[in-house]
Design a protein around this ligand. Sequence first.
Ligand SMILES: *[C@@H]1O[C@H](CO)[C@@H](O)[C@H](O)[C@H]1NC(C)=O
Ligand SMILES: *[C@@H]1O[C@H](CO)[C@@H](O)[C@H](O)[C@H]1NC(C)=O
Ligand SMILES: *[C@@H]1O[C@H](CO)[C@@H](O)[C@H](O)[C@H]1NC(C)=O
Length: 846
Amino acid sequence: MVLSGKLVNSVLLLLLFLCYYTSSALFVPPDNYLIACGSSQNVTFQGRTFVSDSEHSSLALKTGNSSVARSNSTNVPSSIYRSARVFSGLASYKFKINEEGRHWIRLYFYPVRNSSWNLSSVPITVVTDEFVLLNNFSFKGYNGSYLFKEYAVNVTSDVLTLTLIPSNNSVVFVNAIEVVSIPDTLIPDQALALNPSAPFSGLSQLAFETVYRLNTGGPFLTGQNDTLARTWENDSKYLHVNSSVLVVTVNPSSIKYTSSVTAETAPNMVYATADTMGDPSVPNANFNVTWVLPVDPNFRYFVRVHFCDIVSQSLNTLVFNLYVNDDLALGSVDLSTLTNGLKVPYYKDFISNVSGDSGILTVSVGPDSQADITNATMNGLEVLKISNDAKSLSGDSSVKSLVPGSGSDKNKKAIIFGSVVGAIAAVLCIGLCYYCCLAARKSSKTPQEGHPWLPLPLYGLSQTLTKSTASHKSATASCISLASSHLGRCFMFQEILDATNKFDESSLLGVGGFGRVYKGTLDDGTKVAVKRGNPRSEQGLAEFRTEIEMLSKLRHRHLVSLIGYCDERSEMILVYEYMANGPLRSHLYGTDLPPLSWKQRLEICIGAARGLHYLHTGAAQSIIHRDVKTTNILLDENFVAKVADFGLSKTGPSLDQTHVSTAVKGSFGYLDPEYFRRQQLTEKSDVYSFGVVLMEVLCCRPALNPVLPREQVNIAEWAMTWQKKGMLEQIMDSNLVGKVNQGSLKKFGETAEKCLSEHGVDRPSMGDVLWNLEYALQLEETSSALMEPEDNSTNHIPGIPLTPLEPFDNSMSIINGGHSGTEEDDDGEDAATSAVFSQLVNPRGR
Ligand SMILES: *[C@@H]1O[C@H](CO)[C@@H](O)[C@H](O)[C@H]1NC(C)=O
Ligand SMILES: *[C@@H]1O[C@H](CO)[C@@H](O)[C@H](O)[C@H]1NC(C)=O
Ligand SMILES: *[C@@H]1O[C@H](CO)[C@@H](O)[C@H](O)[C@H]1NC(C)=O
């Protein structure tokens, strides 16, 4: 009975299977390499068989400098991560390519525990013949996490080489590799670039890295649910807190694919679910549904939106707008007109920059005011990072600068190569390839990922200040004209070169869209931060001038001050006082720096509040900072806080106005909700952002952390619920627990609460905030004076052992591997498949 039941089931399954596969023309990839590195046997992962790299029929392994790390522990996130191949020198995997064109390159990394190496501290760099895929990534600080990366690279030769580069005296490893053909039609050569809106072509020459692939309103889909083995993640944790969505679902088989949109574009399970507006519990239906996606601001992104009208009962009853980063990408989208039917899928591609250095890309759908219909929908959303000018997807070093060029260490290289290419030929080929790379590429700079040490962006003023119409002058002429108006010291370019040791990369403090910031020493020994703008047009020079004029008017102990500038030879260089201890944020989380004491934190907040108070009230016309956040509060060698980055500053309302109307600028997580809604700027917007800073200082977590449960994502909202319950100490930094005067904490919490009031009128002025914080400091000082008589050093950093804080780096795709040691293997698998792109889950939190 049981047997026959099983039989019937299997026959049914088989029939279903056949039906499914005969109803759609299945894409068969001409190249399909699935390699389990260092494994002794084949590994089945998400329904596909990965063949051991030592047994692969078309790979031969030269074992000279490689070994394997394996683990039988049940804590390994999933089967594919059980083993790794470890190389002690430069190593290459070579794949024979049957059909040129775009290929997925998927890489799997997990620092398998073993007795020989500590793989979690090993820096990993991976390049193809042309592109840098991963540069200097290390698992340090990401305990129990694994890394999955997906790239799409157009391979235009008959061999693809993946080279793993160890850093000095270290090893490098990889757990699994996929090289699989992509249908030619999937990624186009052209897409619409936004802001300014213009067609962009040439994508086929660029490499992509998948950063987000969301099945909006739908479940997590593993590679098994997708003919191209892509993974689709549920979107809810990226929804903006103000987005209230109604999830709509239909039967997947009712989706009507067309000749241009097929199951390869996206599985029907993506089109069969959607986030829509129209939640009946929301009284005001006039809002946007917004996805907030943290990204690396130094790159451009390919954004693909998937739509399918599964909501409407009849044609032409769904019209909405699509925005990418507040830019209108599609206006009055009427899906019925575009697709000629309901439940017919549709997609559209865009290319977008990240606005400013916010590190946030937003995509919104919302009602079209002309259409009189308040609904909008989104079925799927893909965001792919586009390789930069250095042909890199990670940092700005090129392949050439990363692969040691000399042939002398060739013997040391462990090389695995396709059997089709003979052993000798392969070695020759690698040599030739490096030689070609060397010859083909210009020299490039050392790798340095963006450091948030950016006193102020050079070009950020374009929208916020009236542009000077001054035309481009010869270098000396403009130097004189600026110098004559008392704008600090005019440096000669040679002085700058000497100060920075010719812009030595080892003195790089940070990189941003505007250019680079270097540490320098003037001939009198003064340490400075030198900001060098990218060579730009006349426009840039005009803004540069405006910025110098604006900055030179602001002098205060708690504002980072401008020492001088250099505009010789069309250079645009600003010289600031050097802030030895960098941004406040790096003392709160994400680094190994020792935690700050409560007294230090109060003093820093007071310093920053003084700086802002001066901006609001000190100058002839009040100045609104507009981008108050912990990366814009810098600390000098004595931990004195100074406010930096007036790039978004705007002069406040004059007497006859109460606000300045302006496009919303600033950083997500810090944005005044009233400003966001009404786009009216007052000093109270800065007060709100400062309230967020106060909570961040107390709780040591980012203002916005989309990987946390929904109610915790936004620190302002989350901390306020605890503050209102009078239980703020429940969520404060564990380093502070038991070391804070209760009265002081209470005052601090109340002050932050008032700053975060919904309405600007209810918020205190910066002057009041300052007074309250000083009172909190007084309470703390009197109590600690009672307890420990000797502590009047303001710069004292207590030697509290550092507990690892959760790092938050939005450019990484890391997932918690469930390394708590108590979890079952099943849970590990779950964790492995539950969130694939761009989340960093706190290992302690699970
Ligand atoms: C591994 O899989 C390949 C291809 O699927 C097969 O040819 C080979 O025999 C398998 N090896 C082992 C050890 O199972
Ligand atoms: C890959 O690049 C080649 C050569 O530039 C080009 O002809 C081809 O169309 C590209 N393929 C894809 C899928 O972009
Ligand atoms: C939706 O967002 C766009 C871009 O930020 C904005 O212009 C528009 O007014 C918003 N619509 C609503 C209803 O808030």
